[in-house]
Design a binder for this molecule. Structure first.
Ligand code: NAP
Length: 286
């Protein structure tokens, strides 16, 4: 029977540390602010944006919410991003993805000032992560690294397997584990003999986006299994990529869904916003 990796508890500790740092910075005259931009009315995105706003309030972070209609043009969104780049009350800018079809995501992400890029999706920050000299880490992979650290498992020399190669989760996840001396394999939809690869993993990250994709026979006994998936079932229930009931018997450590990776993503966003405020304050002192 695996041990549960409690994302709620660990994220609460991260948020508490952020709250205290925000209060200290405020006393020093350094306010911390985050702008969240949502284009359209995707229900899941609305939920994420709402919880980011609530968490900002909880931690004493100034938050600005920009809710734009689905018909917003790329030029209009670029105009807003430019305005937020200049804003003195906003340290971090988060544009909620996905964006409507008429807007090129890359164009928008590239327009965010890298020093306010709290999602770490700008090519400048992606490059910095690649070379291991970074200011920001993408929220989901960075949160996962904290979850892995909580198990006490040292990644040095371990077989680490990531299922999924998205720019948001899979690729940066692999890079972070490589930085911690893991021997990393990235799997994707064209991977052959997936089970053969995953069943050798000491650490297995499932970022596929398919409910119950990872079954017990794909897991090495005792492995650390991180379930990134957030899949909405027909009955409205949230479900991960890992078949929880059976993998629980095989894994050494396992994250639940909900209550695993999700809360860590938001906590890391808050931490990145504080980092952004400190970096901008330092730059302004020069
Ligand atoms: P994505 O962009 O759709 O990527 C999914 C990846 O899974 C792709 O690389 C794809 O391979 C791979 N894949 C699909 N079918 C496969 C198969 N049969 N065998 C092996 N690999 C397969 O998704 P994402 O943005 O990375 O997100 C993944 C999941 O994490 C989603 O459920 C998402 O909702 C969730 N998520 C959660 C959080 C959180 O905070 N909890 C944050 C971000 C994402 P190809 O590249 O070959 O197509």
């Amino acid at each position: 029977m695996s041990q549960l990796i409690d994302g709620k508890k660990i994220s609460a500790q991260v948020k508490e540390a952020v709250k205290q740092e925000v209060a200290t910075l405020k006393q020093q005259g350094i306010p911390v602010g985050l702008a969240v931009v949502l284009v359209g009315d995707d229900p899941a995105s609305k939920v994420y944006v709402g919880s980011k706003k609530r968490t900002c309030e909880e931690l004493g972070i100034h938050s600005e919410e920009y809710l734009l209609p689905a018909s917003t043009t790329e030029e209009e969104l670029l105009e807003l991003v430019k305005k937020l780049n200049q804003s003195t009350t906003v340290n971090g800018i988060l544009v909620q993805l996905p964006l409507p079809k008429q807007i090129n995501e890359e164009t928008i992400l590239n327009a965010i000032d890298p020093i306010k890029d709290v999602d770490a999706f700008h090519p400048y920050n992606v490059g910095k992560i690649m070379i291991g000299d970074f200011d920001f880490l993408p929220c989901t992979p960075a949160g996962i690294m904290d979850l892995i650290a909580s198990t006490g498992v040292d990644l040095t020399g371990k077989q680490c397997v990531v299922i999924g190669r998205s720019n948001i989760v899979g690729k940066p996840m692999a890079m972070l584990m490589l930085h911690q001396n893991g021997t990393v394999t990235i799997c994707h939809s064209k991977t052959q003999n997936l089970k053969e690869i995953t069943s050798k993993a000491d650490v297995l990250i499932a970022a596929v986006g398919k409910a119950n994709f990872v079954t017990a026979d794909m897991v090495k006994p005792g492995a650390v299994v991180i379930d990134v998936g957030m899949n909405r079932l027909e009955n409205g229930k949230l479900c991960g990529d890992v078949k929880y009931d059976e993998v629980q018997e095989a894994a050494g450590y396992l994250t639940p869904v909900p209550g695993g990776v999700g809360p860590m993503t938001i906590a890391t966003l808050m931490r990145n916003t504080v980092t952004a405020a400190k970096l901008q304050h330092k730059r302004n002192q020069k």
